[in-house]
Design a protein around this ligand. Sequence first.
Ligand code: SAM
Length: 211
Amino acid sequence: MEKQEIRTFGRRHGKKLSARQNGLIEHVLPTIFPENLPANTGKILEIGFGSGEHLRDIARQNPAKIIIGAEPFMNGVASLLSAITNESDSIRDEYKNIRVFPDDVRDFLRTTDSKFDQIWILHPDPWPKARHEKRRLLQTEFLTSLSPHLSDSGEIIIGTDHWEYFEWILINAKNAGFHVSTPDFETIKTRYQQKNKAGTTSPKYLVLTRP
Ligand SMILES: C[S@@+](CC[C@H](N)C(=O)[O-])C[C@H]1O[C@@H](n2cnc3c(N)ncnc32)[C@H](O)[C@@H]1O
């Protein structure tokens, strides 16, 4: 029997969506599904983009690349769609390079042999209770599975304000065979970062590259 994957995210649905958001999910989301991705165009993946503040930021900074976001929380997907469309529900010019997989990134990665110049994972759910540790996304096995999806000089950038999770990820990344650096870093403040549930002074970042 096939091994069932452990669910790494919490809710898929939060508060009721507005009529406009439901319309965007029905009509716009299918048009930006990440399929038939061209091999010769640079690509960046963001895993668990939340409401998409950072995804939009990298889309604006990298107009020549395709920016793919994976997020199973539909309210987050709806927030992103609201922010990247204009009043007539067309995608704004600066966001035309965004593609969205509205589900578990592991399902997306199984369907593609695309390689990414960067894979961003900002504030992965820390699942702080010991009995929930198995729900953490950044297990050694998952990090290992990202390696073939990195372009030659590709990097995985991870940020978390949960310093215990940071140390745990560091060990897993080394076990997965990555070279790991922990630079000082700044990104735009995501919604989760602003909540700072861990109560730490700042997020810490890891950059993983293939040796
Ligand atoms: C703590 S939130 C952080 C969201 C956002 N990056 C931010 O900083 O505001 C973690 C996000 O990761 C998403 N997530 C968890 N497991 C995932 C998976 N397997 N694939 C894609 N996204 C996932 C969750 O749905 C959630 O929105």
